[in-house]
Design a protein around this ligand. Structure first.
Ligand SMILES: Nc1ncnc2c1ncn2[C@@H]1O[C@H](COP(=O)(O)OP(=O)(O)OP(=O)(O)O)[C@@H](O)[C@H]1O
Length: 249
């Protein structure tokens, strides 16, 4: 049992059901993620990963139970300053440049003009977007768009970062750059909550995992412990063994 003040995420007896869709629900879900963790949430298509991430970031509200981020309830407005969210769908304005997008989202997050300017320079350099800083994002490759999406999610230096499939559709170079930047963020104290279908990438990034299926956590804990407990060498073996080979969508 981890002390409450050491937890980044604390989900307790959480229940949620989409109106009109009784098949898609969480019942009495419990989850604890300690601060500083690189946490991976995995499961087949339709398992509930995005739904759980939307519940943890306050996009959806639970029907029962509680979800706390760094000790604050997700419906508390103060919580929004503490975390960043990199959603699966691009969250920026396509017709604007990276600089204009970061100005908009930086102001939204409460930064002043000089904070936005220095953070923009820093992030565009780290993420290899300096040369295209003033070009409309709609002309960018998929990998460049993913990097803009990530820059927006971290503009305000959040203590926690949620990432829903942050490397989907990118080449090896962008994947490598994103994962290496996430390691750096984590070394500087940011807790990461991440979903992906790339299980080998997840093995490089995560130190704790939860495997979700049909709205339940069917395995979870430190990655080495989970693999050992189920007698598997890789996350892919564990995944297939626990969730089967049949299509889910
Ligand atoms: N807005 C919605 N209304 C009703 N049902 C929904 C809604 N969004 C998702 N669902 C259902 O909830 C279940 C979980 O979906 P969710 O998108 O959370 O899964 P996922 O694990 O993120 O899947 P994927 O890997 O395909 O992204 C699915 O059965 C889905 O059809």
């Amino acid at each position: 049992m981890v002390a409450e003040q050491a937890l980044a995420i604390h989900v307790e007896r959480m229940g949620f059901r989409y109106p009109g869709n009784p098949d898609a629900s969480f019942i009495d879900l419990d989850l604890q993620v300690p601060k500083g963790t690189r946490f991976g949430l995995f499961g087949p298509n339709g398992a509930g990963k995005t739904t759980l991430m939307n519940l943890m970031t306050g996009v959806l509200a639970p029907d029962k139970g509680s979800i706390k981020i760094l000790g604050l309830d997700t419906h508390n407005k103060e919580v929004n300053k503490l975390f960043g969210f990199v959603p699966q769908d691009f969250s920026f304005y396509q017709e604007l440049s990276p600089v204009e997008n970061l100005e908009f989202f930086g102001a939204w997050a409460g930064l002043n003009a000089s904070e936005i300017a220095s953070r923009t320079d820093e992030l565009l350099t780290i993420l290899g977007l300096n040369d295209v800083r003033n070009k409309p994002v709609e002309k960018f490759s998929g990998g460049m768009k993913r990097r803009v999406n990530l820059a927006i999610g971290v503009i305000h230096n959040p203590r926690m970062l949620f990432l829903d499939e942050p490397t989907v559709g990118v080449d090896v170079q962008t994947r490598h750059a994103i994962i290496s930047y996430l390691h750096t963020l984590n070394q500087n104290g940011t807790t990461l909550i991440y979903t992906s279908h790339h299980l080998s990438e997840a093995e490089d990034l995560c130190n704790q995992i939860a495997l979700v299926d049909e709205g339940r956590i069917i395995a979870g804990g430190r990655i080495d412990d989970v693999l050992k407990a189920h007698n598997h060498q890789s996350l892919e073996d564990l995944f297939i063994n626990l969730t089967g080979k049949a299509y889910r969508d």
